[in-house]
Every structure is written in C-alpha cells, then in structure tokens.
Design a binder for this molecule. Structure first.
Ligand code: SAM
Length: 235
C-alpha cells in the first residue's frame, strides 16, 4: 500500500493536490493514471481516499471520496537527541525514530557536540518519507535547539527519561507505568561523546529518570532506536 502526503493547505473543497516530489512519486515512480484510487495523509491526522482526476507536469489532482480523522496516539513519545557529527548517522536515527513512533524530535547542541551538520530540509523530507513508509497520519515535527537547557525549557514534557550508559542495567529500568500515565514523554539520547556529568546533574535536578539500555555501549543512533523500540508493544 502506498500513501501520499499533501499538507492541509493543498486540500480544499473536496479536492487534494499532490505537488513536487509527491506528484513525481505518484505519476512517475508509481505510474498512477487518471481514474486510479489513492490514499493521502495531511500530516495532521487527516486521511483521505480519492480518485485521480487530472495529472499535469507539476501536480496530481485528486477528488476526495472518503475522509477520516485519526486520533493521535497516547502517550506521546518525543525523542531529544544530541546532534551527531556524521550526517548519515543522524539521518538514520531520525528515519528510524519516526518509524518507531516518535511524535516529535528535538535535536540539541550539547557540551560534547563535536560539529553541527544539520540540513533541516533533508530531515523534513526524511520525516515525510518515514511517515508514509510506516503508514502514519501525523508528520513528526523536528526542531533544533542551541543547548540542552534551551530544549528542556521549551519542551514541557511531563516525563523525562535519559539514556545514560553509566547507569547499572539492573538499576536503570524503564518505569512503563509512569510513561503510560504521562501525556508527553521526552526520551533523551546524548551525542557520540555522551552527556557531561553537569548535564546529567541538570536533568536529574529537573526530575529525569536515568535509563540503561543494557551493558553494551551503543552508538548514539543505535541507542535512539533501542530506546524507542522498548515502547513498541507497550501501549
Ligand atoms: N562517549 C561515551 C562513552 O565513551 O562512555 C558514550 C556515549 S554513547 C556513544 C551516546 C549516547 O548513547 C549516550 O549519551 C547515551 O544517551 C546513549 N547510550 C549508549 N549506550 C547506552 C547504554 N548502554 N545505556 C543507556 N544509554 C546508552
């Protein structure tokens, strides 16, 4: 099953318009033709079935035949991730985090961030493909913060879990009940250099729980995947 993305601004009066990469994907890659049926999501919970009315060089116009609103999953999981130096590793982490259900991703510069190499335009298009690939209806919001403190002051999460490799596996278990009863859970993973001890003190003072992901030291992007995977079958 293939789904396509059109933001709400491209859905009006019973018609949706696919533009740019989405139009190319439908007409050139998938070879859709006038009269074919397809499914569109608007990234905000809207899901539409429709029939292609017209294909031009720039767009695919779709007459909507059915619509529904998908409710957001609860509890929400957000991933806060220290910026990783290698762009391909960062992009891998973003793609997998979205497939695994992250509703929002907050990238932050931390004390041990080595180099910033973030192309937000690329991340936004990865977010669209990952949403479509995993058949979700909400587009993951991706934000960039200049420090861990700025991120924590801005994101008003009601539960903060921090993956920290220096926590004993036996003592750093996830309290799933607290995650279930929180509306917004923020899961933090450090950059390749890890969190500094000051950053760990800071998050603990803010009420964070430190979580172990086992006794192996994982790369940051592996840690993000391992962290989010813990919740796949919980809710
Ligand atoms: N530079 C650190 C060191 O040498 O000890 C390792 C940092 S690790 C590559 C990057 C991030 O992944 C950490 O800050 C942590 O958030 C997460 N992480 C890696 N392995 C982990 C584990 N076993 N348990 C919990 N978190 C882990």
């Amino acid at each position: 099953m293939n789904i396509y993305y059109a933001p709400p601004s491209q859905i009006n009066n019973g018609f949706a318009e696919l533009l740019d990469q989405e139009a190319i994907h439908a007409s050139k890659v998938m070879r859709a033709r006038e009269g074919d049926s397809l499914t569109i999501v608007d990234g905000q919970g809207g899901r539409y079935e429709g029939t292609i009315g017209r294909i031009t060089k720039q767009s695919v116009q779709v007459e909507i035949t059915e619509r529904e609103h998908i409710r957001r999953k609860s509890p929400q999981l957000m991933l806060g991730m220290g910026i990783i130096k290698k762009r391909d590793r960062l992009e891998f982490a973003i793609e997998k985090a979205i497939e695994l259900g992250a509703a929002r991703i907050c990238l932050f510069r931390s004390e041990r961030t080595i180099k910033e190499n973030v192309r937000m335009d690329r991340l936004e298009s990865i977010a669209i493909s990952a949403m479509k690939q995993s058949l979700q209806s909400y587009l993951c919001e991706i934000d960039l913060f200049y420090s861990l403190d700025e991120m924590l002051d801005t994101i008003q999460a009601d539960n903060l879990l921090v993956a920290h490799e220096k926590v004993e596996a036996s003592g750093g278990k996830i309290d799933f009940e607290s995650v279930r009863s929180s509306h917004q859970n923020l899961l933090l993973v450090g950059p390749e250099g890890g969190f500094s001890s000051e950053e760990i003190d800071d998050v603990v003072n803010r009420g964070a729980s430190l979580v172990s992901l086992g006794s192996n030291r994982l790369r940051a992007e592996t840690a993000a995947v391992a962290f989010l995977s813990q919740f796949l079958t919980q809710f």
